[in-house]
Design a protein around this ligand. Structure first.
Ligand SMILES: *Cc1c(COP(=O)(O)O)cnc(C)c1O
Length: 396
């Protein structure tokens, strides 16, 4: 019923209202933050009824809490999925899904442009449990097809990828999975459900770090996996055992952040485009990675598949070494220097220093991380002010 209704409403209405009851406890317009590690039963018979009839109510805090339930319904409404499971972080969501779906001897194939911790978890830690990870060049569907064998259980990619913003053709990606009988996962953190709806292409699971655009205020960590009830019931069950659940406080913040989700995304999309276009014309910038630019390798596909291109802009400074690049980052005044992305405040970082400093030059080259690369998460400030700031930072 709820599911049907939210399919017909616009994203802004869903962001504000979906998942919430019309009348709430104490007639409050907002959901009260329910701080409880456990939930009481009035007598022993009600426990038996709960077990036998599968009544929907809370039991123990590790399995769920009321604030989390509201946010999960809202996120499912935005994604257009039957089910959404929220975790304590985006990484916890990835780990939760993969630990549920793969066993020793199984294999996972993913495109090599991805969040470095996702790569690390699969390649180094899943390996300890006998799960084999194969990495192939991003957007090379033939290479991915060739890497699939009878043990392959999951195909994984981000779209757009971080930090190169390559766009995966979801029709091809999901067709590849269906042809081989392998499930598919898209980490759509950079796109958000506002700009991309992977389930419409037949993708099995969509993952988001809700720490980024969904929360949107750089004040919480959360992750979510969306998909069908049938495919996610074992995932929810294992989350209850692993304990990677979020807190009621954080869930309230996420719910509040989501109220302005579509407004924020409109501004991120507009600002990202404006900053990317400005940088592209600047003589000191040799390359800009942004799917909204005509010069972007996947611009045509991005235009077909997405409704906007977000606030993440990656660029390279012409002929600069890492120190000269760092000087530019240090001269910027509005964006703050920090990892993360997708919040109202603009952030800036040099991937070589922020995330890849401990890697060898060879490894960085392999992942396409250049010394002169800067990644900027354009916030919701006035684009003119951000551009003016970049102008002064880029002066020789
Ligand atoms: C940040 C990020 C993650 C990890 O999310 P956390 O909430 O930090 O655990 C995963 N994928 C992408 C694309 C990200 O940007």
């Amino acid at each position: 019923m709820e599911f049907k209704k939210h399919k017909t409403q616009g994203a802004a209405t869903r962001a504000v209202h979906s998942g919430e009851s019309r009348q709430k406890p104490l007639d409050s317009i907002t959901d009260p933050i329910v701080l409880a590690s456990t939930f009481t039963f009035k007598d022993s018979q009600s426990i038996i009824d709960y077990i036998e009839k599968g009544e929907s109510r809370e039991e123990y805090g590790r399995y769920g809490n009321p604030n989390e339930a509201v946010v999960e319904r809202k996120l499912a409404a935005l994604e257009g999925s039957e089910e959404a499971i929220v975790y304590s972080s985006g990484m916890a969501a990835l780990v939760g899904l993969v630990m549920t779906k793969l066993s020793a001897g199984d294999e996972i194939v993913f495109f090599d442009e991805c969040y470095h911790r996702s790569r690390e978890f699969c390649a180094q830690h899943l390996a300890r449990f006998g799960v084999i990870t194969r990495q192939v060049e991003a957007c090379n569907y033939d290479a991915m097809s060739a890497a699939i064998n009878q043990n392959t259980k999951l195909l994984v990619s981000e779209s757009p990828t971080n930090p190169h913003l390559s766009v995966v053709d979801l029709e091809k990606f999901s067709e590849l999975g269906q042809r081989h009988g392998v499930e598919t996962l898209i980490d759509a953190t950079l796109a958000t459900p506002y700009n991309l709806q992977p389930l419409n292409y037949g993708i099995d699971y969509v993952l988001h770090s809700a720490t980024k655009y969904l929360g949107g205020h750089n004040d919480l960590l959360a992750g979510v996996v969306c998909g069908s009830e049938e495919q996610l019931s074992d995932v929810r069950y294992l989350r209850g055992i692993m304990g990677s659940i979020n807190s009621a406080h954080n869930m309230y913040l996420l719910q509040r952040g989501l109220k302005t989700f579509t407004l924020r995304m409109q501004q991120h999309n507009a600002n990202g485009q404006a900053v990317a276009e400005y940088l592209e014309t600047h003589p000191r910038i040799s390359k800009v990675f942004y799917p909204g630019l005509q010069s972007h390798q996947y611009h045509e596909l991005a235009t077909r598949q997405m409704t906007g291109f977000g606030g993440l802009v990656t660029f390279e400074v012409r002929g600069a070494n890492w120190r000269e690049t760092a000087d530019i980052v240090d001269r910027v005044m509005i964006p703050k220097i920090a990892p993360s992305l997708g919040g109202v405040e603009s952030l800036i970082e040099q991937p070589m220093i922020m995330s890849y400093f401990e890697l060898s030059a060879d490894e960085r080259k392999q992942f396409g991380i250049r010394d002169n690369m800067i990644r900027m998460s354009v916030g919701i400030e006035d684009a003119a002010d951000i551009i003016h700031d970049l102008e002064q930072a880029l002066q020789d």
